[in-house]
Design a protein around this ligand. Structure first.
Ligand SMILES: Nc1nc2c(ncn2[C@@H]2O[C@H](COP(=O)(O)OP(=O)(O)OP(=O)(O)O)[C@@H](O)[C@H]2O)c(=O)[nH]1
Length: 225
């Protein structure tokens, strides 16, 4: 947790570590899944979550997340309600052992780097190694090059992000928590993936997140950097 302006979350422990994230009986959704935001400190994980959840941008002084925090959002995928339980992790090294424990039951991992920070991009390989070690084999991984609005400060080209994602066979998009570019698309692709996994008949082709976001971006004519 890091910002006192955030709306109350389901359950939050006083020491800064989240307690059980339980669904009340009134909140029975067809589907629910856990999505984790990971990546270097300062890459924009909290801002991305706040943009998706509240449609706002957290500007001003940067306050690092302590431990781990979560927020829920229910979305509609073609008439099916999907509940995303989104976990915002601390990017700082000293919290790594805490966050590893949460990888295990994650349905999807949104792995962020900051397009204005080369270190955060170079560290993606190490993050992928951690995912390999701690997450489930079939976890959905999406690499996000965040802060794409910062054109003048950019040091990582979009093509570099695309290549890295291709090398590791993961989905890729550039995002901006500031402008909202591709933020909904990233989370909605995860929600759709969950829905497809639950409803897919054996004869149906498998849903592919990477192909879906490429198609959606082409359809909307979105998104240059
Ligand atoms: N211009 C711009 N600034 C951003 C964007 N996303 C985040 N920021 C800024 O980057 C800084 C860090 O953002 P956070 O969301 O707090 O980063 P974090 O990844 O949660 O950091 P930790 O909690 O330390 O892991 C803040 O000052 C934000 O305002 C973005 O898309 N564009």
């Amino acid at each position: 947790m890091k910002d006192s302006n955030l709306s109350p979350r389901d359950s939050y422990a006083p020491n800064g570590f989240t307690r059980n994230a339980s669904t009340t009986s009134a909140e029975v959704y067809n589907n629910s899944c856990k999505v984790m935001l990971i990546g270097d400190s300062g890459s924009g994980k909290t801002c991305l979550l706040v943009r998706f959840k509240d449609g706002a941008f957290l500007s001003g002084t940067f306050i690092s997340t302590v431990g781990i925090d979560f927020r829920n959002k229910v979305v509609d995928v073609d008439g099916t309600k999907v509940k995303l339980q989104i976990w915002d992790t601390a990017g700082q090294e000293r919290f790594r052992s805490v966050t590893h424990a949460y990888y295990r039951d994650a349905h999807a991992l949104l792995l962020l780097y900051d397009v204005t920070n080369k270190n955060s991009f170079d560290n993606i390989r190490a993050w992928l190694a951690e995912i390999n070690e701690y997450a489930q084999e079939d976890v959905v991984i999406m690499l996000l090059g965040n802060k794409a609005d910062m054109t003048a400060e950019r040091v990582i080209r979009k093509e570099e992000g695309e290549k890295l994602a291709k090398d590791h066979n993961v989905a890729f998009m550039e995002t901006s928590a500031k402008t909202g570019m591709n933020v909904d698309l990233a989370f909605m692709a995860i929600a759709r993936d969950l829905k497809m996994k639950k409803t897919r008949k054996p004869s149906d082709p498998a849903f592919n997140v990477a192909e879906y976001i490429t198609k959606e971006q082409q359809t909307s004519g979105c998104c240059g950097s």
